[in-house]
Design a protein. Structure first.
Length: 273
């Protein structure tokens, strides 16, 4: 607490006493120190209260200790290109990314996140929502659920064939995009909550004539595997099963049964032990 000098009192008789009355501290956005004295005139037997007030900024709260720090956090980026088919305004580009994880710790749940994502080119600058993949030894089927445009995909830890769906973004094309767009770059940060894990990932893009902004309504297939999810077919992970009849050529796809487009090269992150 700040130091105070008590006030003095005197009278014609030259006699006085000073008595401390209070000493309080009030906490708030500002700390207020108050100290009062009674100055008593010994001759006239009268008194007066004198107070001093000093204010100071309240002490700052300590910075909280971060929690949930990932074991592994790696930036990653893959540049590729679109094919020669022009994309008309009013159509939709369905961007999807997929992964394969290896070196998983036996019997443990592994959680992977894809954050700070961007998909950039000379024609657009897009920001997919965060994505999560949970690899669970106790899971018996693969599922994808959505909160807004942010997916969480849960898959068994073993026995899967092919890729697992990672993240996605639906882009309504506002103006014609000529064929051959190059480069198109997907970047982000992949994190793992377990050491030793290796993640290989790729991305693709296909064009649709009509689509839904409600990602839950798309019916996105969570894995390539023919039998591990509710979609028992050979479609790629990331296929919007409820809209695949609307696929057409463009981006990295040729239409037909190519619902996600051809994949880019592979990006790899490794988490050392």
């Amino acid at each position: 607490m700040p130091q105070f000098t008590p006030p003095t009192a005197s009278d014609a008789c030259g006699a006085s006493t000073v008595q401390q009355v209070s000493d309080t501290t009030i906490q708030g956005t500002t700390t207020i120190y108050t100290r009062c004295w009674n100055a008593v005139d010994a001759c006239s037997n009268t008194s007066a209260t004198v107070c001093q007030i000093i204010t100071r900024p309240a002490c700052a709260s300590p910075t909280p200790t971060p929690t949930g720090t990932p074991i592994c956090q790696r930036p990653t980026s893959i540049a590729s290109n679109f094919n020669g088919t022009a994309i008309s305004a009013g159509r939709y580009i369905w961007f999807t990314s997929v992964l394969k994880a290896s070196n998983l710790p036996a019997g443990q749940v592994v959680t992977l996140h894809f954050t700070n994502q961007s998909i950039t080119s000379s024609a657009f600058n897009l920001s997919p929502g965060d994505a999560t993949v949970i690899i669970d030894p106790n899971a018996t089927t693969a599922t994808t659920t959505w909160v807004g445009n942010m997916p969480t995909t849960t898959v068994p830890a073993s026995g899967l064939a092919g890729n697992t769906f990672f993240s996605a973004f639906s882009y309504l094309v506002p103006a014609n995009i000529p064929g051959g767009l190059n480069p198109v770059t997907w970047s982000g940060t992949i994190t793992s909550d377990k050491p030793g894990v290796t993640v290989n990932w790729q991305w693709g893009a296909a064009v649709y004539t009509s689509f839904s902004s409600n990602y839950t309504a798309l019916g996105v297939k969570p894995v390539d595997d023919n039998d591990a999810s509710s979609y028992h077919n050979s479609d790629h992970a990331g296929t919007p099963e409820n809209y695949k009849q609307n696929v057409t050529g463009g981006a990295r796809g040729g239409g037909g049964s190519n619902y996600t487009g051809s994949y880019s090269g592979t990006g790899t992150i490794r988490c050392s032990n």
